[in-house]
Design a protein around this ligand. Structure first.
Ligand SMILES: [Zn+2]
Length: 479
């Protein structure tokens, strides 16, 4: 049974529901990509699918728009798959279970993928309707945005004519995004040496942190468990600790919420006292942002253990204690905008090394470089290395943007007040695409989506209606 059947805008919601029936988590986009190719064939539209499963569909201009410049409609095909404990849906094989609750659409027990399925649905609805007024359209649907914008990075734009782009991957209605930070993943590797011993170990855990997104929430001043562990371990030198391992965090773009270190120690009394003292200190420092913060220890039985040498332990603790944290520079041009930041998202220990994976962001290219160099400098001195990957450029704010002006005018007429126009600190594909399409004039917007990337994700139907109307009017005026 179709859940969104009777609701408006019916074409958009019909496609949205179709897309929700196809599993399309990041890394599993072949099926949804093929669906879009089939759609294009069924509608007699020219279409190109590449090896990364990106799809570009072209529709010629509506009558009267033949001389208007091409417009790009863009969104991403993949979604973040998250579900609540106990949910039995296999998100690699099964579709979502949509429910409507007043104005909100949700998926039972899982993420909804309105980020960014609603963009794909709107684009297909435009392509499907010959009564809509629009210039020649290039619909660009990318893959694996959520795991590092891999599709957009791989996209060959040589055949693309468009230099005006509507990106539908923003989730706050009434906000136009017109610039964003660039980023890079910097993986710090510290080689370690070990000796086999028989000893009791202690597990020290920093837990209960709030966490959050390393782009949009880096300015909230929240604690980062991976870095707090550095402080705890530094303090624990007095108890004569040696490291076995230190691990924390799940994604490099998420603020780490829990970190555990396994250590041996010479003075158990000192260890428990230092851990208790550090808990008190950190709870006081982070009372506002992380009210459930805890630092605890647990003793393990005597067992065979591969211990880092004193020298390797000291290097690992120094590394963790010295890593820079969070916001580094605020923008002087745009009040409240974080210009440069970094987040130690993932900390892992292997037999021969400790790795720390950072998400580095900046809207200024040279400052992104500066932070990577700071990490290199530290790692070189400790005998380690830094490996960079997934580098993507910033989307720089353009003083002059005819598209932004037009959209602001259309928005103000429709809503009775102007939109908020913002630059943001987290990445969107517009950065990569404006790098590949010189002179691109681009605005990112979209309907109201809440709690994206969590099983609470929901989409406001009334805001989809308003955003759809806005999109159609902007297309009509682009001649
Ligand atoms: Zn998205």
């Amino acid at each position: 049974m179709r859940v969104l059947e009777q609701l408006e805008p019916s074409r958009v919601l019909r496609y949205f529901e179709d897309l929700c029936a196809i599993p399309h988590g990041s890394g599993h986009t072949k099926a949804i990509s093929d669906y879009c190719v089939r759609f294009a064939k069924d509608h007699g539209l020219s279409c190109r699918q590449d090896g990364a499963n990106n799809v570009i569909i072209v529709k010629e201009a509506a009558p009267g728009y033949e001389s208007a410049p091409t417009v790009i409609l863009q969104g991403h095909l993949d979604m973040v798959c998250e579900k609540i404990p106990g949910c039995t849906i296999d998100m690699e094989k099964e579709g979502l279970c949509l429910t409507v609750d007043g104005d909100l659409v949700r998926a039972e027990g899982t993420t909804l993928g309105s980020d960014d399925g609603i963009a794909v649905a709107m684009a297909l609805a435009v392509l499907d309707d010959d009564d809509i007024s629009h210039p020649r359209l290039e619909v660009v649907l990318t893959t694996d945005e959520e795991i590092g914008m891999l599709g957009a990075a791989a996209l060959d734009t040589a055949s693309m004519e468009g230099r005006i782009m509507l990106n539908l991957d923003s989730e706050e209605e009434g906000v136009f995004i017109v610039g964003c930070a660039g980023g890079v993943t910097a993986e710090c590797n510290l080689p370690v040496e070990r000796r086999e011993e028989r000893a009791a170990t202690w597990a020290i855990t920093v837990d209960g942190l709030t966490g959050g997104h390393s782009g949009s929430e880096i300015d909230k001043g929240r604690a980062m468990s991976n870095l707090l562990m550095g402080r705890v371990l530094y303090a624990l030198r007095e108890a004569g600790v040696r490291l076995v391992s230190v691990e924390g965090g799940l994604k490099d773009n998420a603020i780490s919420r829990t970190t555990t270190a396994e250590v041996t120690c010479q003075d158990a009394g000192a260890l428990s006292k230092i851990v208790a003292d550090m808990e008190e200190v950190l709870q006081r420092e982070y009372a506002k942002t992380d009210p459930n913060l805890s630092v605890r220890w647990r003793q393990n039985e005597v067992h065979d253990v591969s211990l880092m040498t004193e020298k390797s332990t000291a290097a690992a603790v120094c590394m963790l204690a010295c890593f820079p944290k969070g916001v580094q520079v605020m923008s002087r041009e745009i009040p409240g905008l974080v210009q440069t930041s970094l987040n130690l998202g993932i900390l892992r220990t292997e037999p021969t090394r400790v790795t720390a994976s950072f998400c580095v962001r900046s809207s200024v290219k040279s400052q992104k470089r500066m932070l990577v160099e700071r990490l290199m400098c530290l790692m070189e001195n400790l005998g380690g290395t830094v490996r960079c990957s997934g580098d993507y450029p910033a989307w720089e704010y353009e003083e002059k943007s005819p598209l932004r002006e037009l959209m602001t005018e259309v928005f103000a007429a429709q809503y009775g007040h102007p939109p908020r126009v913002e630059v943001m600190h987290s990445g969107v594909e517009c950065g990569l695409l404006s790098d590949k399409l010189p002179g691109l004039d681009c605005v990112s917007f979209g309907p109201e989506l809440r709690d994206i990337h969590t099983p609470r994700e929901n989409m406001s139907l009334s805001s989809v209606r308003r955003t759809w109307a806005l999109t159609l009017e902007v297309l009509r005026r682009l001649r």
